[in-house]
Design a protein around this ligand. Structure first.
Ligand code: AKB
Length: 316
């Protein structure tokens, strides 16, 4: 690859692991991490870091110019639960940052863009089970509205200006290295920490709230794969459905009980339950599998053992 890679939002849950993976693939000095605040030691010490507000267009342009960046991964966003508490701030962050990058790409300064979408683009009127790639989308959250709008603009910039932008609708992503911030699917990470610390967890979602989920390594693999695929294979320029597994808090708890004797779960649903109810229970990702060969590796069993081991080590 000619030119360097810039990750905006590199210190977040997905950004951290994505940056480390891309540094492993392309070399540490080829991947510039940036975020509004510093992050994990491993990330800060393994390559270049720039403090960057994702809405500061002149600063984004300067970093792209200084490092001769050709590929941008825009991972900065306000997630579903936090966005409900600060709607205008979420809208400004999620949309302004995307427009800055799309416009820089339109000018030909960068060649390729990755922008994550989410299952939040769907809403209560969407078919809930095996949600198809193309279907009714009437999101009812600020985050979902921003992601759906973003998808429309990505497709528009591809069609009108030939911008090579690629996107995935992430489900809930489960990992142990960096904690997520402000999502509705975060319970599925908190539960492992509480199970190992206290042998009990109170879920903020109801026992039967089924949501699409994925282990981090699969999400990173999908992100790398879609960006490495030949352009002609990327036929969807809004965003691809992506799936691995689907479970409820009750199912996850019974999986954890197989490893932690006496683990107890209780339920105290809050405002996030309403968000979860508006989202699909499971996703049909046939199009991603057919177009660019997406394939997941982690099922619930493998996810549970990996999380218990990873969180367990981090608590020592
Ligand atoms: C959230 O819960 O907001 C995110 C997402 C599904 O995009 N994890």
């Amino acid at each position: 690859m000619a030119g360097r890679i810039l990750i905006i939002g590199a210190c977040g849950q997905i950004g951290t692991e994505l940056t480390l993976k891309l540094r492993e693939i392309h070399g540490n000095d080829q991947v510039i991490a940036s975020d509004i605040r510093e992050g994990a030691k491993e990330l800060m010490e393994s390559g270049p870091f720039e403090t960057l507000n994702a809405t500061d267009e002149p600063h984004i342009r300067k970093i792209i110019q200084d490092y001769e960046v050709k590929e941008v991964y825009l991972m900065a966003a306000m997630l579903s639960a936090t966005a409900e508490k600060a709607p205008m701030k979420a809208w400004d962050l999620n949309m302004d940052s995307l427009f800055h990058i799309l416009n820089i790409a339109k000018e030909g300064i960068i060649e390729k863009v990755f922008w994550p979408s989410s299952i939040a683009v769907f809403g209560p009127t969407t078919p809930k089970d095996d949600t198809p790639q193309t279907t009714i989308m009437e999101p009812t959250t600020v985050y979902g509205i921003s992601k759906q709008t973003g998808e429309r603009w990505c497709e528009y910039y591809f069609n009108k200006f030939g911008v090579d932008v690629r996107s995935i609708r992430y489900p809930g992503i489960i990992s142990y290295r960096t904690l997520p911030g402000g999502g509705t699917t975060d319970y599925a990470i908190e539960i492992f920490h509480e199970a190992l610390k206290n042998s009990s967890y109170t879920s903020f979602l109801a026992e039967d709230a089924a949501l699409p989920m994925m282990y981090m390594d699969d999400a990173i693999k999908a992100t790398v794969d879609i960006m490495e695929a030949p352009a002609e294979k990327i036929k969807v320029r809004s965003s691809y459905n992506l799936a691995a597994m689907s479970f409820t808090p009750e199912i996850l708890a019974s999986e954890i009980k197989k490893h932690i004797n006496g683990f107890k779960i209780s339920y105290d649903p809050d405002f996030r339950q309403e968000i979860a109810e508006s989202w699909p229970s499971s996703i049909d990702d046939t199009t991603a599998r057919e177009d660019w060969g997406w394939k997941h590796e982690f099922n619930l069993d493998k996810l549970t053992t990996t999380m218990l081991e990873g969180v367990g080590k981090s608590l020592k």
